[in-house]
Write a protein that binds this ligand. Structure first.
Ligand code: QAP
Ligand code: CO
Length: 173
């Protein structure tokens, strides 16, 4: 299975993802292929819609304090739901589907998330810091929301201007 990253302004990124019912070999193959392309693309989080599958599937691989991105830190979340949330935090976010653009986004500081693993087992994670931010960013993708959709009117205009400039540059080269 060879995946490619769907990039803004592709309409698929606005699709609402659908709950996973079957925890079968096809799901496992998708998860494995998502991990490969995320690592290859230097990402720390990826939702299935970013590779064209409108399913409630996301993966996260947050680097440790040494900056190492270890395989055993990989988290796979199927059908995630936020059970509780507290506080506010701001983080400079990016997205593999919106390359080379970064902006500060306000999120909940801590969250508790219920989800299923690749075998359909129910799990709960209490997250803070970058993991909390990353889960919220990836869960937004499942609802067709990009981080740039959360910008103020003036910041969004700044993005659109920057985006057009980069597109023109790409055409010339
Ligand atoms: C989502 O984002 C995220 O522009 C994951 O040129 C972002 O992995 C969660 C990336 C911030 C929490 C905080 C972006 C790689 C990767 C780029 C990513 C790029 C290369 C983004
Ligand atoms: Co993203």
């Amino acid at each position: 299975m060879k995946l490619i990253i769907v990039e803004y302004p592709d309409k698929r990124l606005k699709e609402k993802s659908i709950r996973v019912e079957k925890f079968d070999a096809n799901l496992h193959e998708l998860l494995d292929a998502m991990y490969r392309i995320m690592i290859e693309s230097n990402g720390i989080g990826l939702a299935a819609i970013q590779v064209g599958y409108a399913k409630e599937v996301l993966i996260l691989n947050i680097p440790n304090e040494e900056g190492e991105q270890l395989n055993d830190a990989l988290i796979e979340m199927i059908n995630p739901l936020i059970a509780s949330k507290n506080g506010q935090t701001s983080y400079q976010e990016g997205c593999l589907s919106v390359p080379s653009f970064y902006e500060d986004i306000i999120r909940h500081e801590t969250i508790s998330v219920n989800y299923q693993d690749r075998d359909g087992n129910t799990k709960t994670i209490d997250a803070e810091g970058l993991l909390s931010v990353a889960i919220q960013h990836e869960m937004d993708h499942l609802n067709g929301i990009l981080f740039i959709d959360k910008l103020s009117y003036s910041r969004r205009k700044k993005f659109e201007k920057e985006f057009k400039r980069v597109q023109k540059e790409k055409k010339r080269s």
